[in-house]
Design a protein around this ligand. Structure first.
Ligand SMILES: [Zn+2]
Length: 428
């Protein structure tokens, strides 16, 4: 049952691949499919190593995963790191000087950057990934002057709350920054719409995103070999909840010379499988697809089943810091486990669980007045939650290779959510 290939650390993969992939850039092999579905298992080859898919990419916004060392990341069999073009923009010259993100960060494995489009829109309007309709309406009905992001033909003007400065980013700026950062995979610059935006607005935004996709591609090609290895670019699909928009943009961007595709948008949970199906039925099959910013187990299962190959999200580490610990039988709030001798998650193979840390011990660290204890808690809890999420994608991969995805999904879901996907309605 165990797939030994996913147990190879990124460092070992790097040595194997050495330099033969340096200027070839990205390629993708499909190894198995879920019968009757769009889901598949494969391998993405990048200049800095392979990614066995489906795979979860750990988010290191600023080039490091918060509270985790690079050694920690290797110890949980992380395969790739996603950083943020917008947040790293001021360091991009320094990163280029050192030879790109993989080297600069010390990660030395496959990397991906996002374009900054999501960040500036979410800073500007509070748009989230999976949100309630009520929250969306509340945010997007705010008077224009209260919105911090204004979209124009050239890009997005926004107010940066971190620097308290007005700033601007468009497709040219985003590509310029991402090419200097030099991740293996970049994202084209796109406009994220909210669930409350109308069909008409989505048409307008999508046409703009498609124009930006062409600009992104043209700019990217000028500088993709600047750091001595081929950087690759994914086109990003928007189109809200509308089948005609999703299919038409997948056809248009699918015909363009992108190396892969980012599946973007703010989703209602109930729409996710349809949106992925509409996009992935139209996209070229042989190119990898990244589902942007989702990591709940049910979202990853739906994503993998419907043809998403890679995933990323800050939730596993962010939730760990807030006391939410993932277990096979759903998440727990660690604060409720004072003096508990129970393991974090029975049978978990992460270094924290293997070392015998208990729920009570982690709670004591979290509650301690000593900042060093709390930092220790953040480290241990983040390692555990990330390993849980990575293991989920490894198990999905293995189930696809073994031809038993459906059984795996049913068993995982019954344990984690306490219901069978075939039976009762999903509890919120
Ligand atoms: Zn664990």
């Amino acid at each position: 049952m165990q797939d030994d290939t996913t147990k190879t650390t990124t460092q070992e993969i790097n040595q194997d691949n050495a330099s033969n992939l340096q200027l070839k850039g990205l390629s993708f092999d499909i190894e198995a499919r879920i019968p009757g579905q769009l889901g598949r298992a494969g391998t993405i080859h990048t200049p800095h190593g392979d990614i066995k898919t489906p795979a979860f990419m750990c988010v290191g916004t600023h080039g490091e995963v918060r509270f985790l060392s690079m050694e920690n990341l290797h110890s949980i069999y992380a395969q790739a790191m996603l950083s943020n073009g917008y947040h790293l923009r001021n360091k991009s010259y320094e990163i280029a000087e050192i030879g790109g993100l993989a080297k600069w960060s010390g990660w030395n494995g496959p990397t991906l950057t996002d374009s900054g489009g999501f960040q500036v829109m979410s800073l500007g309007s509070g748009i989230g990934k999976v949100v309630s309709m009520e929250r969306e309406k509340e945010v997007t009905n705010a008077p224009k002057k209260d919105r911090l992001a204004i979209v124009t033909e050239d890009g997005i003007h926004f107010h940066d709350p971190f620097t308290d400065q007005d700033d601007f980013i468009g497709p040219k700026e985003s590509m310029d920054i991402q090419n200097r950062i030099g991740a293996d995979i970049h994202m084209a610059f796109d406009e994220l719409t909210s669930l409350a935006d109308s069909y008409e607005y989505n048409v307008e935004a999508l046409e703009r995103t498609e124009r930006w996709a062409q600009i992104s591609l043209d700019e990217h090609k000028k500088h993709r070999d600047d750091l001595g290895y081929r950087q690759s670019l994914y086109g990003v699909l928007q189109g809200g909840r509308w089948e005609d928009l999703r299919r038409s943009t997948a056809k248009k961007l699918g015909a363009m010379d992108f190396d892969g595709y980012g599946l973007g948008g703010a989703f209602l949970k109930s729409d996710l499988h349809n949106i992925l199906r509409w996009c992935n039925e139209e996209l070229p099959e042989g190119k990898p697809r990244h589902l942007l910013g989702l990591s709940r187990p049910d979202d990853i299962l739906v994503g993998a089943e419907n043809g998403a190959d890679t995933f990323d999200c800050v939730a596993p580490t962010r939730e760990a810091r807030h006391g939410r610990i993932y277990t096979k039988y759903g998440y727990i709030n660690i604060e409720k486990f004072a003096n508990s001798d129970q393991p974090l998650d029975e049978g978990c193979d992460c270094p924290v669980c293997k070392a015998g840390w208990t729920r009570g011990q982690l709670r004591a660290l979290l509650k301690s007045q000593d900042p060093e204890d709390r930092a220790k808690y953040f480290n241990l809890a983040s390692i555990h939650n990330l390993r849980f999420t990575l293991r989920l994608t490894e198990e999905i991969r293995q189930a696809i290779l073994d031809g038993c995805f459906e059984e795996y999904k049913n068993e995982f879901t019954a344990n984690y959510y306490g219901y069978s996907p075939k039976g009762a309605a999903k509890p919120e």
